[in-house]
Design a protein around this ligand. Sequence first.
Ligand SMILES: [Zn+2]
Length: 244
Amino acid sequence: MIKEQNRYKWIRIYPVSLDYYKKHYGELKKFTRIKAKIAPAKEKLSRKDSFKIKMESIEIIDQTLTDTKNDPSWEKRNKLVLPTKSKSIEDIDNLRKNKVKTIAIIKPKSVDDFLIEPKERGSKWEKELINGKQTTLVGDYEAEVRPVEHIPFIFRYVFKCNDNRCKGHKMMIEDWEILELWRKEKKSKGIEKAHKSVKYKCIKEMTEKNLHFIIGTESSYNNWIIISLYYPPKRKNRKITEFF
Ligand SMILES: [Zn+2]
């Protein structure tokens, strides 16, 4: 997210070299607040919310939101994240078509199913990671990351938005943590158990929380996919109006 005229909005930043980041700033933690110089990314699709970052301009300004086990941290994160929520996919779909808004956060009204289907080919970024290579806008890095295993399955959430126009969605999820969970479980317990663990996490555990989808468009097709999950704990003993 980026602050613009005192309001936060979502943008996409092209990946930085993890090796470079680690060397200069230490371990990359989710919810780190940084200050940096960015410039519009020149892409084939011309998505207006895609940027590249000047790596050497990065300054870490706040890491107090990175403690995911800590409830007060969730409250602080929510104050920043929840006001940026879009009502529904239907509400922002015209902006997607015009490439004005191609990354957003929504809260599903209902999560109805989670599907695991065989996939024939891996995505480009996944293939690069499998080969231990990371591509950024400023060049290719032979990253020191361990090569990752190709997942021959596609994961999809079936859900509805809080919108009368919503006919339901069956949307692919490429959340890194979920893919890693599958890989870990498959390695130690096999494919069936990996499927079960991912389903349990994505349906049971997530719907017990205040689940939101961070959605973004694919660089080649401009259709929505779920790129990450935002899942603060549900707050008890509060009036329901405080959630919205
Ligand atoms: Zn919808």
